[in-house]
Design a protein around this ligand. Structure first.
Ligand SMILES: Cc1cc2nc3c(=O)[nH]c(=O)nc-3n(C[C@H](O)[C@H](O)[C@H](O)COP(=O)(O)OP(=O)(O)OC[C@H]3O[C@@H](n4cnc5c(N)ncnc54)[C@H](O)[C@@H]3O)c2cc1C
Length: 270
């Protein structure tokens, strides 16, 4: 796995470092795997392990739900089919960029992993797909602004947002305000402590090599461990890399090839 800085993750070197000799495939596949957290990276990992015949895994999640930062909230205790829901999570999956000066459109490769996953999951569900509806409000504050509003009381925060709605849309925003809302401040969520990883200069070189090594039989995944961070496809990509790492440590090279070939692991060469 590499970028302009060179290789970050070298599968062959990794395999050699595990000093594997011969492997009992059955024994390796029956290993018990503990998976911590229930976000996209972890759910993807369980799917990848299952796809190569490893089913002895167990997920431990600290909240009462899975999905992590992928979070949809229904307003007023309504049900999803009332369509009063609000996305508190990823909503942008850019697929192409258009350069106006040259009129050239280039595909962005990474989000294709998200669409590949949704195709696979829809296939597993017999293509029983819920029709998508528009979100109620798709906007959030980040950085200093997010920290400031998180410090407000719930009442003040809601009033501030309502005031902004009137500023943008006019008095109709007051007339149509039904009073239903939800509030999610990621930084003060005890299970998250932030909305996404945003590394500063130098931190990438400092942290990534450490993330890509197992410590005490532990492998680190999650969007923050990816060479390009903070997006859902990098949470998924980290699952591909983490699963690769685990399978290599177990000596399951054919299974690694299957995962890498199937799941667009374009940075990993095995
Ligand atoms: C407001 C917002 C907007 C975003 N917009 C976009 C977007 O437009 N496009 C995009 O691609 N991405 C977007 N993202 C990023 C995307 O949501 C994340 O990259 C992705 O969901 C991260 O998945 P993950 O598995 O790495 O981590 P998480 O989803 O954070 O999963 C971690 C899980 O671990 C659990 N946990 C924590 N501590 C413990 C513990 N001690 N024991 C057990 N479990 C624990 C947590 O409860 C959580 O369920 C956005 C994120 C936010 C918050």
């Amino acid at each position: 796995m590499g970028d302009s800085n060179g290789l970050w993750f070298n599968g062959v070197e990794y395999l050699n470092s595990t000093k594997q000799t011969s492997v009992s495939v059955g024994e390796a596949k029956s290993k018990k795997i503990a998976i911590v957290g229930g976000g996209m990276s972890v759910l993807m990992t369980s799917l990848l392990l299952t796809s190569v015949g490893m089913t002895n895994w167990h997920i431990t999640e600290s909240t009462e739900r899975i999905g992590g930062r992928v979070r949809t909230r229904c307003l007023n205790d309504s049900k999803p089919d009332n369509y009063q829901y609000q996305e508190m999570r990823p909503i942008r999956f850019p697929v192409a960029v258009k350069y106006t000066d040259s009129n050239e459109t280039l595909d962005i490769q990474d989000p294709k992993l998200v669409f590949q996953l949704s195709d696979v999951l829809n296939g597993m569900n017999g293509n029983d797909i819920e029709p998508a509806v528009n979100v109620i409000l798709a906007s959030y504050a980040s950085a200093v602004q997010a920290r400031s509003v998180a410090a407000l009381s719930e009442e003040d925060h809601v009033a501030l947002v309502q005031e902004a709605m009137v500023e943008v849309h006019g008095e109709i925003a007051n007339e149509q305000w039904a009073g239903a809302y939800d509030r999610q401040c990621w930084e003060v969520d005890e299970h998250q402590a932030g909305a996404w990883a945003s590394v500063a200069v130098g931190q990438q070189e400092l942290f990534i090599p450490a993330y890509h090594k197992s410590e005490l039989n532990t492998i680190f995944i999650g969007d923050h461990t990816s060479i390009t961070h903070a997006w859902i496809f990098f949470a998924l990509e980290s699952a591909v890399r983490g699963t690769t790492q685990l399978l290599l440590e177990l000596g399951l090279v054919d299974e690694v090839k299957k995962v890498v070939d199937t799941w667009m692991a374009r940075w990993i060469t095995i």
